[in-house]
Structures are given as structure tokens and as C-alpha cells.
Design a protein around this ligand. Structure first.
Ligand SMILES: Cc1cc2nc3c(=O)[nH]c(=O)nc-3n(C[C@H](O)[C@H](O)[C@H](O)COP(=O)(O)OP(=O)(O)OC[C@H]3O[C@@H](n4cnc5c(N)ncnc54)[C@H](O)[C@@H]3O)c2cc1C
Ligand code: FES
Length: 320
């Protein structure tokens, strides 16, 4: 039905819902199969790229299943598409042709994500993508240090899948932080000796260190403290190591500071409100240093990002 060909283009395609299920309170997981046009577009998509979903025609879930804190927002009309990253992209080969499968995780926050929870198997949505630049993996990379803060999980998980598949000998280590146990957007279990186990990383054979602000899962404190400690103790070669981070801006700022101190390159995936996703509305500006001049300039998160070299970003927030 679908076929795959190389393409660097973006466009609108139709995605069919294969899986849409809660992972744990407030977090859901989806799998979508793309039509032929979408499969062509997404067959070359890389981790960190995203798509804009049109959820305007999806119906709201029944009133009794809308959490009380979202009831006021639920009825709001959805005029704009919403951006979502992916936790994996794979190609299903079949006699009818190849078909691209998109997997993701979402947090239920407002009218669009509430409607998303009501999508049933076989429902179709329109998606625009792949958008943005994605992460860069240097050819001589030996160690990938993956840092997640809360809902920064999907693009970093996608990168972890990609690295395992394309660079099986590479050393990967993950650092996962959240405010509390409840705000970790993963399937979790309690390991006998290791404490909290994030099953997505366990399946990939990647050790994941966990920290929460209140200590309800993993170590108590910011995950960047764990990152700093690990780098101090393990001193990976800065010429063959990259820190990849996605999460709240204070965490990204802290990762950038650690990267500068350890001389390790760092790529941060930034989040901005995105009205169009394709460079038209200018709503997603990120302030960056210019290469040769002192004055800062603005780059578009949807087009020039969402992934930026941390050395160039002028972060908004003061402290982690
Ligand atoms: C590149 C990119 C990739 C993303 N990937 C994912 C993903 O994989 N999974 C996921 O759950 N979410 C992701 N998001 C965020 C997601 O787009 C929003 O949560 C979603 O649009 C919320 O829509 P809503 O109508 O349900 O809620 P809204 O009512 O639109 O928003 C609910 C609350 O979230 C805030 N918010 C919404 N979007 C953003 C944003 N971009 N930046 C900061 N605050 C925001 C709003 O201010 C509001 O307070 C991504 C955002 C970007 C920019
Ligand atoms: S979201 Fe419109 S320019 Fe980036």
C-alpha cells in the first residue's frame, strides 16, 4: 500500500492510528502508519525532527473522562496544528510496498492532546512534516550522552533507537530527570537492585540514571547533577563525545554550562510555541549568538532548530 523512496521534502500526509493507549497518568503513547506520500516523506526523517498534527476534527472524549483541571480548556476550538516529535520511526517492509511507522509519547495538557486521547484504531489524521533539522551524529562519535527532562523524552528516545541500530558499538548513557515519579513519561518498573527501571532504555541495553526534584524516583535533585558527577568520574574523550539534551530550558542551560566546562559538544532540542511550524509566522524565535559579531540574532526554532549547538543559544532562564 505504502512505498518508500528517498526524499528531503516536507508535506502533508495522512496517518492512520495503530495504537493510542495510556502509559500512565496523563501520558499516552501512539503509533501511526503513514500513507504512501507520507512514507516517502518520512523515510529519511532523523531523530529530533517533528511534525504538525491537525487535531481540529477529532472529537472530545466523553465529559466524564476529561480531568477536572482541563474541563475549562477542553472546549476551546483548535485553529492551529500542534507540533509533536517521535520516539521512533521505522519502516515496515511488505509485498505491497514499504510503509513508515511513527511512534510517539504525549502529555495531555489541553484541547488538542485531550482530543488525541479519543483517537481510535483506524482513525486518520493529517500531519505536516518532517519539520526542523534534527540531531547531528559525527562519524567518529564514540560516546553519546543522552539527557532528558520530563516531556523531552521522545526525540532522545528516537535518537537512542537510531544509534543502537546504526552504531551498535557506540557507548550510550542516559540521564532522565523529572519533577516527580508521576511526571516521568515512561513505562517504569522497580528493579531489585537498580531502583527505578525505564523499560524503553532497558530494552535498548542503555543504562539510564534517574533523578527527580523531590526524590520520589531515583536520586533527589536535578538530573544535571548526576550528569556532572558521571562526567567527572568517567571523563569521556571530548573529541569523540556529544551531549544530546531535550527538556525544560533551565535544564538545557545547565547542560550547556556543563558542556562548556568539560569541553564536550552539546546539542539541545529547544521548545517554543509554534503557530505554523514552517517559518511563516515568526512565533518561535530563539536568541542565538552570531558567529562573528557581538549582537545576538534570532533563529526560528521550527526551521533552524529545534536542535541547536548549545554554545550558540542565549537561554531565557537564569538558573536550573
Ligand atoms: C518541536 C516540538 C515537539 C514537541 N513534541 C512533543 C511530544 O513529542 N509530545 C508532547 O506531549 N508534546 C510535544 N510538544 C508540545 C506539544 O506541541 C504541546 O503540548 C501541544 O501543542 C499542546 O496542545 P493542547 O491543545 O493540548 O494544549 P494547549 O492548550 O495548546 O497548551 C497547554 C499548555 O502547554 C503550553 N504549551 C503548549 N505548547 C507549548 C510549547 N511548544 N512550548 C511551551 N509551552 C507550550 C501552553 O502554554 C499551555 O499552558 C512539542 C512541542 C514542540 C515545539
Ligand atoms: S512556528 Fe511559525 S515561524 Fe516557526
Amino acid at each position: 500500500m505504502c512505498e518508500t523512496r528517498q526524499s528531503g521534502l516536507k508535506g502533508v500526509s495522512v496517518a492512520s492510528v495503530i495504537v493510542n493507549t495510556p502509559i500512565r497518568s496523563g501520558f499516552w503513547r501512539f503509533i501511526l502508519n503513514l500513507d504512501a506520500a507520507g512514507s516517502r516523506l518520512f523515510s529519511q526523517a532523523i531523530p529530533g525532527q517533528f511534525a504538525e498534527f491537525d487535531l481540529s476534527s477529532a472529537p472530545l472524549p466523553p465529559a466524564e473522562s476529561i480531568p477536572p483541571h482541563l474541563r475549562d480548556r477542553a472546549a476551546k476550538q483548535i485553529l492551529l496544528r500542534r507540533p509533536f516529535s517521535f520516539s521512533d520511526i521505522s519502516i515496515i517492509h511488505s509485498a505491497e510496498g514499504d510503509c513508515v511507522k511513527l511512534e510517539g509519547i504525549y502529555c495531555v495538557l489541553g484541547p488538542a492532546t485531550l482530543r488525541m486521547t479519543n483517537l481510535k484504531i483506524g482513525d486518520q489524521i493529517s500531519i505536516l512534516g518532517p519539520l526542523g533539522n534534527g540531531f547531528t551524529v559525527p562519524e567518529d562519535l564514540a560516546t553519546a550522552v543522552l539527557v532528558i527532562g520530563g516531556m523531552g523524552a521522545p526525540p532522545i528516545l528516537h535518537l537512542a533507537h537510531d544509534l543502537k541500530q546504526k552504531h551498535p558499538a557506540m557507548e550510550n548513557i542516559a540521564f532522565v530527570g523529572a519533577r516527580t515519579f508521576e511526571s516521568l513519561p515512561f513505562q517504569l518498573r522497580i528493579g531489585n537492585k537498580t531502583g527505578i527501571v525505564i523499560e524503553d532504555f532497558e530494552r535498548l541495553g542503555i543504562t539510564a540514571h534517574v533523578a527527580t526534584d523531590d526524590g520520589s524516583a531515583g536520586a533527589k535533585g536535578f538530573i544535571t547533577e548526576k550528569l556532572r558527577l558521571w562526567l567527572d568520574q568517567n571523563t569521556p574523550d571530548p573529541d569523540h563525545t556529544v551531549i544530546y539534551a531535550c527538556g525544560p530550558e533551565p535544564m538545557l542551560k545547565q547542560c550547556a554550562a556543563i558542556a562548556e566546562q568539560t569541553n564536550i559538544p552539546c546539542q539541545v532540542s529547544m521548545e517554543r510555541m509554534m503557530a505554523c511550524g514552517i517559518g511563516l509566522c515568526q512565533s518561535c524565535a530563539v536568541r542565538v549568538k552570531q558567529e562573528k559579531q557581538e549582537d545576538p540574532e534570532y533563529r526560528l526554532c521550527c526551521q533552524d532548530g529545534p536542535v541547536f549547538d548549545s554554545r550558540r543559544v542565549l537561554f531565557k532562564t537564569v538558573n536550573a
